[in-house]
Design a protein around this ligand. Structure first.
Ligand code: IDP
Length: 161
């Protein structure tokens, strides 16, 4: 399993973040990306797509018996989403904190949901809720070749100019 061995931080941990259709409609994509960049996480995958019912039913398979499930599918297919993979130490847990409570009314100010939304059915963003969930979702949404391993350099100029 992933995680830190002998106290070495696992900087390769990854999570799936999606800006839901309401977030795209409201032009919040940039601000959401900015929060993750600012926090110091590394973007390793990014794309915009119109989601299929098939993908969504796999993504939300645990919720299929919920009364709100049909409305959730309708919402999530109402327009394009922007889906991303972010990498870094404890990124799964950190992202959940940054995104805030599922119900925006319970989400603290300073979180994405607490700052930009007021109803659970339009809560702007998705974040994987566990390491296992993140691995499953990343495989579901992305092909291997769509995820890039790149080195973060502290200095911009590492080649001769
Ligand atoms: P999460 O997105 O915070 O992980 P989940 O319980 O996995 O929360 O629910 C997935 C999504 O389903 C929520 O983000 C929200 O969009 C929607 N949802 C959850 N509960 C309700 C509800 O009671 N009414 C309408 N939509 C809901």
């Amino acid at each position: 399993a992933a995680g830190s061995k002998s106290g070495v931080p696992d900087v390769r941990e990854r999570t799936l973040i999606a800006v839901k259709p309401d977030g795209v409609q409201r032009r919040l994509v940039g601000q959401i990306i900015q929060r993750f960049e600012q926090r110091g996480f590394k973007l390793v995958g990014l794309k915009m797509l119109q989601v299929s019912d098939d993908l969504l039913s796999q993504h939300y398979c645990e919720l299929r018996t919920k009364p709100f499930y049909p409305r959730l599918l309708e919402y999530m297919t109402s327009g394009p989403v922007v889906v991303m993979v972010w990498e870094g130490h404890k990124v799964v847990q950190a992202s959940r904190t940054m995104v805030g409570h599922t119900n925006p009314l319970e989400a603290q100010a300073g979180t994405v949901r607490g700052d930009f939304s007021f109803h659970v059915s339009r809560n702007v963003v998705h974040a994987s809720d566990s390491l296992e969930g993140a691995q499953r979702e990343i495989q579901l949404w992305f092909q291997k070749k769509e995820l890039l391993n790149w080195d973060c350099f502290d200095q911009i100029l590492t080649c001769e100019v």
